[in-house]
Design a protein around this ligand. Structure first.
Ligand SMILES: [Zn+2]
Length: 226
């Protein structure tokens, strides 16, 4: 059996990769990194280093054309600033809508694209690292369990029951993800989460704050900051 991992080079997808490599063996795992027009290439560089560490095949796909109509603050075409506060703070101002770093239906497109690649490459499972902190308060609705179950049904039926989605963290928190990853000795020192593309993580954007909290909850400092 072969597995395709949707792989951004961040904490969650790298932990997914660690799980997949342990379960299927490195020769049966493909890491798929998708560009969506983000402002920087730090996560792609991190993804390359981690794929090399695990000695898995890496594939790349560019979907930036799909997102060029969006003014999401993560995207190159946007002049909006990336918010420098926690998701909880951001959600106080959105009236139930997703946060400004929500890329329109990104995970829907990512999973659909991954499904096509997975079938072409004879994989029978897609791993992706959505977790419950991301969908909390509707920040990123395309990380929710309901969304995942619907996509899983679509992928399973649309592939003639050849392919399914594994989202092992969908009901877990990011702190839980890090706990699992630390046990698996995931190389977190190689990962990149920050939405800004500076030399060092900014420490102030939503994802930096979430990441710091997840490591702190496990009583360790973030290996990428050491
Ligand atoms: Zn940051």
């Amino acid at each position: 059996m072969k597995a395709l991992v949707l792989f951004s080079g961040g904490v969650d997808s790298t932990t997914c990769l660690g799980i997949a490599v342990k379960k299927y063996g490195k020769e049966n795992v493909i890491a798929l990194s998708i560009s969506y027009g983000q402002k920087h290439t730090k996560e792609i560089e991190a993804a390359n280093a981690i794929a090399k560490y695990y000695e898995v095949e890496k594939m790349e796909l560019d979907l930036s054309e799909m997102f060029k109509f969006s003014d999401c603050s993560l995207l190159k075409g946007s002049d909006k600033d990336i918010p420098k506060e926690s998701y909880a703070k951001q959600l106080e101002k959105t009236n139930g809508a997703p946060v400004s770093t929500y890329v329109p239906f990104r995970n829907g497109l990512f999973i659909a694209s991954a499904a096509s690649v997975a079938l072409s490459r004879k994989c029978s499972v897609i791993y992706y690292g959505a977790h419950s902190d991301d969908s909390a308060g509707n920040a990123y609705p395309d990380c929710s369990e309901v969304f995942n179950n619907a996509m899983n049904t679509a992928v399973y039926e649309g592939s003639g029951k050849q392919l399914k989605i594994e989202a092992p963290f969908v009901s877990l928190t990011k702190a839980d993800v890090v706990k699992i990853g630390l046990e698996l000795k995931v190389p977190y020192e190689l990962t990149w989460s920050c939405y800004e593309g500076s030399e060092k993580p900014c420490g102030k954007c939503g994802t930096c704050i979430d990441r710091a909290k997840a490591f702190a909850a496990n009583g360790v400092s973030d290996p990428a900051l050491r």
